[in-house]
Ligand binder design. Structure first.
Ligand SMILES: N[C@@H](CCC(=O)N[C@@H](CS)C(=O)NCC(=O)O)C(=O)O
Length: 217
């Protein structure tokens, strides 16, 4: 059967990884096209017609194009997963939405500030004060998550859902960029549960050293 889903984006992009992980969790057939970073293509008129912001990831299926990683994963899970990765019951779904929105507005910006300030900035240009401040903010967020995970195996309760994907994608990088950070017990146990998932290993536990000391994209 021909794939009806196409996903654009380089595999080292954190936001692209969320979508690739979701596609494989759902067992969907898709075509992956490298774009962005050293592959370029984001300024092409055809690409800008799909995403006016010229960023990856972009997903296209028989209905049209979707951009914004968290919108894409919500779209895929609501469309393809029935009551598996998706949650129909409104209050329960609000629990997932809360953690997805928290990942987008609190955890991810703090972690991106750390990742760019430390890992992507050449050593001679690093601002150590700002890096330490970013570490402290990230640790505060992970402590709050740790409290939540003390009584939830996954972000939205007992089972793995769409809610685990945005924050879960940050873990590999956060704990392996080479900075000494706290390793909260329940967060690490959740990380271990995610590492049992083949789709997580395939798409998220991947090398990202091409980004080291590189501010270009
Ligand atoms: N909020 C957007 C952010 C998209 C974004 O910033 N994408 C980056 C990669 S993570 C990008 O396209 N950068 C340009 C490039 O890779 O060339 C999302 O979640 O999809």
């Amino acid at each position: 059967m021909t794939a009806t889903i196409t996903i654009w984006g380089r595999r080292t992009s954190f936001n692209v990884q969320k979508v690739l992980w979701t596609l494989d969790e759902l067992g969907l057939q898709y075509e992956h096209r490298n774009a962005g970073g050293s592959y370029g293509g984001l300024d092409d008129p055809e690409f800008l017609l799909m995403n006016p912001h010229g960023l990856v990831p972009v997903l296209r299926d028989e209905e049209g194009s979707v951009w914004e990683s968290n919108s894409i994963i919500r779209y895929l899970c609501s469309k393809h997963s029935c009551d598996n990765l998706w949650i129909e019951a409104p209050f329960h779904r609000s629990l997932a939405d809360r953690w997805i929105d928290w990942a987008a507005t609190a955890l991810q910006p703090s972690f991106m500030s750390l990742f760019w300030g430390y890992y992507r900035t050449p050593e001679s240009q690093r601002n150590l004060v700002e890096i330490q401040s970013a570490v402290e903010i990230c640790q505060k967020h992970f402590r709050a998550l740790d409290t939540h995970l003390a009584c939830h195996d996954y972000m939205a309760g007992k089972r793995f859902t769409v809610a685990d994907i945005p924050a879960g994608t940050a873990l590999h990088r956060y704990f392996s960029i080479g900075l000494p950070v706290e390793e909260p017990t329940n967060v690490m146990a959740w990380f271990a549960r995610l590492r049992e998932r083949p789709a997580f290993c395939k798409n998220v536990l991947v090398p990202f050293d091409e980004l080291y000391g590189r501010l270009a994209f």
